[in-house]
Design a protein around this ligand. Structure first.
Ligand SMILES: Cc1cc2nc3c(=O)[nH]c(=O)nc-3n(C[C@H](O)[C@H](O)[C@H](O)COP(=O)(O)O)c2cc1C
Length: 225
């Protein structure tokens, strides 16, 4: 696939077939992703690749805690609740997804189902948890480097026909993930990526999210025009 086709074609995939993903293919994708740059080439990230029974235990544990009202236990700062234009964009993409799925605004049951789907890692056959070395805890470059490698991973996966969705839902109940993925204490849990073969009949998979314009995103300095 051409680079442009990968970048323009990739979108988050929230419905998967049950077909397993061969370990060799996951290794190939991770190898490509790790060509991403990192601060001083420090490569502070680690991938915990989970499938089968341990992943099912994570799904069950996440759902159980969410339904019990357990507080969010993300291991990184989340800042203020989103407001302004950021919140507007969040609402817009949610409307796109609910629209595609035919979930009405007042349909509490289906909305709840949708949320729980995220906590089940979208029923994907594989989940990749990205963590980074705790010794880098005070270094903002480390989460930046995790983002870079995550972006490379989702694009590498797409180039091989695999779908992904980077998500926070999978790591909001971090003790569940830490226990069942056996993540040592010297790692900070950063993000989750669901991975698998896209179910192209799943309506939300057709959603193409919008981007702000270049004018909004870019300031050119020192150019003639
Ligand atoms: C840091 C991060 C966290 C995200 N968390 C979630 C999540 O918890 N649930 C979800 O459904 N999508 C999540 N997403 C996916 C975004 O909603 C998605 O990337 C965005 O709407 C743009 O759509 P696209 O990936 O299809 O281009 C997350 C993406 C990122 C980068």
């Amino acid at each position: 696939m051409l680079f442009d086709e990968v970048i323009l074609g990739r979108r988050s995939i929230r419905g998967y077939t049950a077909e397993p993903v061969p370990r060799a293919l996951i290794e190939e994708i991770l190898g490509l992703a790790m060509r991403a740059p990192s601060s001083y080439n420090s490569q502070p990230y680690h991938f915990h690749v989970i499938t089968g029974e341990p992943l099912d235990r994570i799904r069950a544990g996440n759902v159980e805690r969410i339904l019990a009202g357990a507080p969010d236990s993300r291991e990184f700062r989340t800042g203020q609740p989103m407001g302004g234009v950021h919140r507007e964009r969040q609402i817009y993409v949610a409307k796109q997804l609910f629209g595609a799925m035919g979930i009405d605004r007042d349909d509490k049951e289906r909305r709840q189902d949708w949320v729980l789907r995220g906590f089940r890692q979208f029923d994907a056959p594989v989940c990749v948890i990205i963590s980074y070395d705790r010794i880098m805890a005070d270094c903002d470059d480390a989460p930046f480097d995790c983002g870079a490698v995550a972006t490379a991973l989702v694009n590498a996966a797409w180039s091989r026909g695999l779908g992904t969705v980077i998500n926070s839902q999978g790591i909001m109940q971090s003790p569940v993930v830490r226990e069942h993925a056996r993540i040592p204490d010297d790692q900070i849990i950063m993000k989750s990526i669901a991975l698998g073969w896209p179910d192209m009949s799943f309506p939300a998979n057709a959603v193409v999210s919008e981007r702000k314009s270049l004018d909004e995103a870019v300031s050119f300095v020192g150019f003639d025009q």
